[in-house]
Structures are given as C-alpha cells and as structure tokens.
Design a protein around this ligand. Structure first.
Ligand SMILES: Nc1ncnc2c1ncn2[C@@H]1O[C@H](COP(=O)(O)OP(=O)(O)OP(=O)(O)O)[C@@H](O)[C@H]1O
Ligand SMILES: [Mg+2]
Length: 462
C-alpha cells in the first residue's frame, strides 16, 4: 500500500473529508442566500420600477395624448443619467429621449430587452449594459424605458466570484488540513505499530511512544505501556520463581542422593533402613513444597472468584484457634482469640483457613524470643467497610526493610534458618489475599510481628 492510499484510508482523513463536504455545502448555501438576497432582488426591484414607470407613461399617453408624455420623457431623459428613454414614431424615428436609435427588439414578446450602451464619462467612453422595457403605444408609437444596470451586473459578478473563491479556499484548506491531520495520526499509529513489533521480536523493555499531548492516542499508548509493565514484571517474577524452584528442589534431591549412596557403600542393613526412612521424610517435604507452590499459583491466578461464598470470620478463627491452642500450650505459651461476632467476608473457606494457619504457624515458630514462651493473639474486627484479622506475637518481629520481600517465594530471614520451613507460607497468604481482593500488612507489634489481613466486608443482605 502506498503512503498516499494509506493516508486516504485513515479514519481521520475520512472524517475530515466528510466535514469538508458538509462545510462546502453549508458555505454554498450561505453564499447562495446572500447572492439571492442582493443581486437577484436588486434586479427584480429595478425591473419593478421600470415597469411602474412604463405603466405611468402609458396611462399618461392614454389620457393626454402624445404631447402629454413627450414633455415627461424629455425632462426625465435630460435629468437622470442612469435612465434611458426613447419615444419613436410608427416609422421608428426618434421623437424624444436620450437613446439615439431604437435597439433591436427580440420577438419573444416579453418586452424586456438588454443592449449595450455607450456612456460618456468625461473624455472617456464606456460600454455599459442597459436593461429596458419596450412597449408599443396605441397609434403605433414605440416607447423604451430602461436603466443602466452596469453597476448591478458588476456587483452580481463580484458576489459570484466571491462565492467561487470562498468555495475553492474552503476546499483547499479542508483537504490540506485533512491530509496534514491524517499524516500526523498515521505517523503516530505507525510508531506504535513499530514499537509493538520490536517488543514482539523480544525486546521486552520497549515501550509505546507517548507524544505528551494526553490525547486519545497518548492514553492508548499509556494503557498499553502499563500492560507491558505488568507483563514484564510477571515475566520477571516467573523467571525468578522457576530458578528458585529449581534451586530449592535441587538441594533436597542432592541430599537424598548423597544419603542413599552413602548407605549403599556401607552395605549395612541398618544404614539401608535409615536411608529409606530419610528418603520418605524428604519426599514428604518435597511434596509439601510442591503443594504449597501449586496453591500459591492457583490463588494468585485469581481462580474463579465465582466460587467464593460468604465465610463467617469468627467461626473460621474459632476453628483454627482450637487447633493451635494446644500447640501453643505445649510450648508453655498462650493463644488467645477475640473476635467480633457476625463478621463475614466473601471467600474460599479452605484457603482463608490455610492463610490463617500459616500466620499462626509462623507465630508459633518465630513468635518467642530465646528462652521465652510464645504469647499469641488473634483478633478480628470491622474497620469501615473492611474486616481486619490480626495475628500478633511478641517475638523478634521482621525488620521494616525485610517486610516487603518476606512475602516472596522461598524468602527466609537469616535469623530463622535454624527452624524448618520453605519460605512459602507468607507467599501463600499474600496470594490468598490477592484472590480475595484483600491485603496482607506486616507491622511492628513493639515487640513482635503483627500480621494484618484486610478483607472487604460482606453484608448478608447483598
Ligand atoms: N511471626 C514472625 N516473626 C518473625 N519473623 C517471621 C515471622 N513470620 C515470618 N517471619 C520471617 O519471614 C520468613 C518467611 O515466612 P514464611 O512463612 O513465608 O516462610 P517460613 O515460615 O520460613 O516457611 P514455611 O512457612 O514455608 O514453612 C520466615 O522465614 C521468617 O524469617
Ligand atoms: Mg511460615
């Protein structure tokens, strides 16, 4: 497709052309109206006064005879330079008037004639157009009454010319403007197309050009850029996850291999047995890791929110706390829960329970300083149109600078390396929050960690 045909096919150009046609039609209508109201009406008015004068003279002739009008014609023809008169006898000879001879009379019976008129204007002579009415009076006398209509004709010409020029200028400007606008539009669309091609070719950091005018194309480009940012960060996250997964699965597999090899070398029955037992344990842990990863992926993908139901938060907390209270007591600590009744959120009960379990699991694992016993509190309270579930402990807490990254997959802080874990617990919590349009906030419990789940409240009536 050539550049020109591409230009003509843009929607901008078509729109401009449509407007041009509309504009040309309205300009023509307007100027036509002006023309009608000036030139045409002026001519009609002239015709009307000529006819009235002829009528007057004819009446005078009927009443007072030839002498009655002879006088009038003579007087008027010497007074008024813009008017032409001729009174001729039946043989066509001039009796009175400022025309030298009878102009040629067409046979169309209408009585209107137009003829060239020599006008003396000082030393120069000009040729004007005269328009006159011709009548034959009773007795064969001929009467011509007319006006010099040169000025009128020139005026009409000027108006006609103005109309043509105005139309031509409107067409040229409209066409030029349309082409210019389409070219500008096309150039920007081409730039966006070009940018998307380079991105498709693998340059993920490429972005759509933004002109900075904040027009519709800019808004489109900005929206596309936001989408690209999102895609890029998702791809980066995916890359990181896969390398993390590879790394974190490699370690236990290497461990299993080393144990089994050592057992085989030893040749002792007892060693075989312990290696097999150890393999079962490690496999269980691997399976747990896999399951956690799958749950996170499912929750983050925002799997069908249509499957969400109203979940009673107090009930949920009571159930989970019942499980964890004995564990806390086993370590000599306490777990207390306080919830406002009747709080509901729209959610997946099992995933919410899993999220709460992960937080309690962390509180039990990390929620006590060395030599102390865990003191854990679970609360749920309404806050504006949110339900806030809080799990708090009095342990070392998470330093502010680490709070952002602990929710990433496989991230574990150095201080916790001695405890078992994969670093997936908080990732799942944050994935579950994403699915529920909620947020996980990690705050300082001075001392300790305060993990808050902020979820949109659900009212039974809707
Ligand atoms: N209550 C807490 N107090 C102090 N540190 C915490 C607390 N909860 C989490 N952390 C820190 O955040 C890290 C990430 O927690 P997360 O629950 O994601 O993983 P994990 O508990 O190490 O392993 P997993 O939960 O997969 O068994 C932990 O390793 C720990 O360093
Ligand atoms: Mg955990």
């Amino acid at each position: 497709m050539t550049v020109r045909s591409k230009l003509l096919r843009t929607s901008t150009f078509r729109l401009a052309a449509l407007y041009l046609i509309l504009f040309a039609v309205s300009v023509s209508a307007l100027l036509g109206y002006v023309y009608w109201n000036t030139a045409v009406l002026l001519q009609e008015q002239t015709d009307y006064t000529i006819q009235a004068e002829v009528q007057g003279l004819a009446d005078q002739y009927r009443l007072r005879g030839l002498n009655g009008i002879l006088d009038t014609v003579q007087r008027r023809s010497s007074n008024d330079s813009r008017s032409v008169y001729l009174l001729a006898d039946p043989s066509g000879r001039r009796i009175a008037g400022n025309l030298t001879s009878l102009p040629s009379i067409p046979d169309d019976e209408s009585g209107w004639i137009e003829f060239p008129l020599d006008v003396g204007n000082g030393a120069t002579r000009e040729r004007h157009t005269a328009r006159a009415f011709y009548t034959r009076l009773a007795g064969g006398f001929e009467l011509v009454v007319g006006r010099d209509v040169e000025a009128l004709r020139q005026f009409a010409d000027i108006i006609r010319q103005t109309i043509l020029y105005a139309l031509a200028i409107a067409l040229v400007l409209g066409l030029g403007g349309g082409l210019l606008m389409s070219r500008n539009f096309l150039r920007r669309v081409d730039a966006i197309t070009e940018a998307s091609r380079t991105i498709m070719a693998g340059n993920m950091s490429g972005r759509m050009p933004v002109a900075g005018s904040n027009d519709e194309l800019d808004r489109l480009a900005l929206a596309l850029n936001e989408m690209l940012d999102q895609i890029e960060s998702l791809m980066a996250a995916m890359k990181e996850v896969s390398s993390n997964v590879a790394h974190d699965l490699k370690t236990p597999l290497t461990r299993i291999k080393a144990r089994v090899e050592a057992a085989l070398r030893s040749g002792s029955e007892a060693e075989y047995r312990s290696a097999l037992e150890n393999t079962v344990d490690e496999s269980d842990r691997l399976l747990d890791t896999f399951n956690a990863l799958l749950s996170i992926a499912r929750a983050e993908a925002g799997q069908s929110r249509s499957g969400l139901v109203a979940v009673d938060v107090s009930e949920l907390i009571a159930d989970v706390a019942e499980l964890y209270e004995p564990m806390a007591e086993e370590e000599g600590g306490t777990l207390t829960s306080a919830t406002a009744p009747g709080l509901h959120v729209l959610g997946d009960r099992q995933l919410l329970a899993q999220a709460l379990t992960n937080l309690l699991d962390n509180a039990l694992k990390y929620g006590a300083r060395d030599g102390e016993t865990p003191v854990i509190t679970v609360t749920a309270a309404p806050e504006d149109d949110k339900v806030v579930i809080t799990v708090a402990d009095h342990g070392p807490g998470i330093p502010a600078e680490d709070r952002g990254r602990v929710t990433e997959r496989f991230v574990r802080l150095d201080q916790s390396r001695s405890k078992p874990g994969n670093g997936l617990g908080l990732s799942l919590v944050s994935g579950v929050m994403k699915l529920h349009k909620g947020t996980l906030l990690l705050e300082d419990n001075t001392p300790g960690l305060k993990a808050r789940l902020v979820l949109p409240v659900w009212h039974p009536e809707n």
